[in-house]
Design a protein around this ligand. Structure first.
Ligand code: DX5
Ligand code: ZN
Length: 217
């Protein structure tokens, strides 16, 4: 079964608890929480405090996507706030293997993400240390962008690398996924699909999650 991970980036932040409940009622599997620092990406969102506050109002697993420089400075705060997955960017640290091992040692899922410019081959020497690989299918920073077609090739390459080397690792895609391209994207073998504007940009996010699920069955 493909996991559906609505991205809170496109939610109404003034009604975030209600919007989280809505996607949970619709059958979402994870909540994707985008953390941006205005340095790694040209946008700002939220930090560990809000993750901890949201943790108290939802039982869904929290899939935290850190788009920040020097992620090693902050991963523990997100783990302590209640993250179930902590994903950071390969491009944001020179010591990705060490950070993956550290996140694993804290008993949460250790994820690595690559931006559109980074080849999947850059993961070859750290794939054994990953519990999740997140392929960005847009340039990170904003919701509502168009899916970059080259990402289809990268998803197939990532699937092959994971199958050959670390089959327990999950493959996730993030950026520009919507009802029109969902089935083709999932056919590349992804395990988890992030969707922001395609879910929270609709009047009834619960119904939209159900619609997305039915497209996958
Ligand atoms: C973008 C974020 C995404 C974003 C996706 O940098 O990492 O999670 O919310 O939004 P959509 O699904 O609208 O492309
Ligand atoms: Zn994201």
């Amino acid at each position: 079964m493909t996991l559906i991970a609505p991205s809170l980036l496109s939610a109404d932040f003034a009604r975030v608890a209600e919007q989280m409940k809505s996607v949970a009622d619709g059958g979402a599997d994870w909540l994707h929480i985008d953390v941006m620092d205005g340095r790694f990406v040209p946008n700002l969102t939220w930090g560990p405090k809000i993750v901890g506050d949201l943790r108290r109002v939802s039982t869904l697993p929290f899939d935290c996507h850190l788009m920040i420089v020097e992620p090693e400075r902050y991963v523990d705060e997100f783990i302590e706030a209640g993250a179930d997955t902590v994903t950071f960017h390969l491009e944001a640290t020179p010591h990705a293997q060490r950070l993956l091992a550290h996140i694993r040692s804290r008993k949460v899922r250790a994820g690595i993400s690559i931006t559109p410019q980074t080849p999947v081959a850059m993961l070859v020497d750290i794939i054994d240390d990953c519990d999740l690989v997140l392929i960005m299918s847009v340039n990170p920073g904003f919701g509502g962008q168009s899916f970059l077609p080259r990402s289809m090739v990268k998803l197939r390459e990532a699937r092959a690398l994971i199958d050959a080397r670390n089959p327990a690792c999950l493959l996730e895609v993030d950026g520009g996924v919507n009802a029109n391209n969902l089935r083709d994207i999932v056919a590349t073998g992804v395990d988890a699909v992030v969707m922001g504007s395609a879910i929270f940009g609709t009047p009834d996010p619960a119904a939209t999650v159900r619609d997305m699920r039915s497209l996958l069955s």
